[in-house]
Design a protein around this ligand. Structure first.
Ligand code: 2P0
Length: 326
């Protein structure tokens, strides 16, 4: 009744932005991401008949009551699905620098799902794992797989067709993702709250939904053709559109800071000089730059010259979930 798993973070090229069902984590739109090799979470789960409640240790320490509660609620969904009724000890280690602006919830809930299900002894498909991970955190749906991954929003209101599908395996297209960490005093609006406010109040949200299928189709075609220019133009435009929806919300908010703009401008300058690089931004001020391997060092050199850039993490396309010895 014990198992350990590793799952990697991912970066969305077509963003998940908005839920149509908050309990089942059903998204308003489909999304598409690259799983990253560099950042991951390792989690072990051990079910124990003797325990009277779940115990969650994060990075070696007993987690806060709030974190315990969240994990326990999620584990109960897995208990219901698998029919296992005992509590568990959960030990999770994050190898994700939160300062780089990668949510550890994607790798965290994907690793927890894989470890917990394996510990029950029940065999589930990756598709089933993806649907379970979704109910911990939306972006975790995609982290079950490596490579390029689509999370199909599905049509059914029971969530039975909302899961991830692998588009390209790790190794089928060698791209780089540079996570550019900027100096910041961010006041954080968590993505969960930000997307909810946007869906409920932003008049621009309908525009987001209107164009998402077109963006997704263009991006998938770019992947099939290995057309980097088309991939880059599509992903950058999609990120800008997501952020535009926040400006129309009530009250309005934005994730960008002046440091964010500096990085965006440098990427545009690089393109004017014939160096292809494109950016995407999540629910925070840091920027992720997508490029081909041959341009990686010149782009890093240029970004390093910005004095508000703290650190640049270079990521490659990463693997899906793996199981580890205890
Ligand atoms: C994404 N984000 O596609 C989008 C783009 C942030 C911006 O998924 O509420 O932590 O747990 O489902 O997955 C971050 O949101 O939100 C996210 P929940 P999650 O990567």
């Amino acid at each position: 009744m014990k198992a350990k798993a590793r799952a990697h973070t991912n970066i969305a090229l077509i963003k998940y932005w908005g839920k149509r069902n908050e309990t089942l984590f059903l998204p308003m739109n489909s999304s598409l991401s690259i799983t990253l090799d560099r950042f991951y979470t390792e989690t072990s789960v051990s079910f124990d008949q003797e325990m009277t409640k779940d115990q969650f240790y994060l990075n070696g320490e007993l987690a806060t009551d709030q974190e315990q509660e969240k994990v326990s609620v999620f584990l109960s969904k897995i208990r219901r699905y698998t029919g296992v009724d005992s509590y568990a000890r959960i030990e999770s280690d994050n190898f994700v620098p939160t300062s780089a602006g990668f949510a550890s919830s994607a790798s965290g809930y994907a690793a927890l799902t894989a470890a917990a299900v394996k510990a029950t002894g029940i065999e589930l498909s990756l598709k089933q794992l993806s649907m379970l991970a979704r109910q911990g955190s939306g972006s975790a749906t995609r982290s079950i797989y490596g490579g390029f991954v689509e999370w199909q929003k599905g049509q059914h209101e029971d969530g039975s067709d909302s899961f991830a599908v692998p588009i390209l395996e790790q190794g089928e297209w060698d791209l780089r993702v540079l996570a550019v960490e900027v100096t910041t005093q961010a006041k954080k609006i968590f993505s969960r709250e930000g997307m909810k406010r946007t869906v409920e109040t932003s008049p621009f949200y309908s525009g987001w939904l209107e164009t998402i299928e077109r963006d997704l189709a263009a991006l998938k075609q770019a992947i099939v053709m290995r057309n980097f220019t088309k991939l880059g133009e599509t992903l950058e435009a999609n990120a800008l559109k997501m952020h535009a929806t926040t400006l129309g919300a009530t009250p309005p908010f934005m994730y960008w800071q002046s440091e964010t703009f500096q990085v965006m401008e440098v990427i545009q300058e690089l393109r004017e000089d014939g160096i292809e690089a494109y950016f995407t931004i999540d629910a925070g001020p840091n920027v992720k730059v997508i490029c081909e391997p041959r341009n990686e060092s010149v782009i890093i050199d240029k970004l390093t010259q910005i004095d508000t850039v703290n650190h640049i993490y270079t990521c490659r396309v990463g693997p899906g979930i793996t199981y580890l010895d205890r």
